[in-house]
Ligand binder design. Sequence first.
Ligand code: ADP
Ligand code: 5GP
Length: 189
Amino acid sequence: MKKGKLVIFSAPSGSGKTTIVKHLLSKNLNLEFSISATSRNPRGAEINGVDYYFLTPADFEKKIANDEFLEYEEVYKGVYYGTLKSEVDRITSIGNNIVFDVDVVGGVNIKKMYGDAALAMFIQPPSIEELRKRLVGRGTDSEDKIEMRLNKASEELSYASKFDVIIVNDNLEKAKKDAEQALHDFLSD
Ligand code: ADP
Ligand code: 5GP
């Protein structure tokens, strides 16, 4: 299996991206998750330095001013997410493949930066109604946070064609297998 490649996952919130990424990380594919920085609060069982680097909005803005981000987006109003250059350096120095979980704009931007060295995968939910069910079922967001996420979903869905691979996550087991196959093909190349 090749090392030093990049794999990007993007999707509307609730599509099942985190579930699929965690499954792939458990496989022996020399993958290392790029831990993003965010100014939102931890959700559910999330741990600082594992799921995200949780920063205050002021600290996040300081890092923007210091040019410490490879890319960042204000994904929701007042909520920043970004990939720290130091995180990419950390994984590159280990020599592993990097897995990014980023919003659709960040995904397209990272793909542009790395071209053929990157595989951009879009995880597509069967419908917005199903997204709502999944976000409610996940039980980690308040009703207004769920609405905020759903309000963005249709615009995010329009980005699908900009990605190398679209994985439809209707049946989770099939989606995991499809993602694994696409990743395997890319890393064997
Ligand atoms: P994302 O990272 O895209 O926001 P998650 O991986 O957190 O999404 O998944 C959202 C919720 O939907 C979780 O509770 C997860 O267990 C559930 N889920 C994921 N895939 C499916 C699927 N194919 N069918 C039903 N529920 C799913
Ligand atoms: P969540 O709050 O559900 O963890 O993430 C919300 C959105 O922010 C998701 O689409 C997720 O992929 C995106 N996101 C997480 N980290 C980054 C990042 O470093 N950069 C960008 N552009 N988006 C990110």
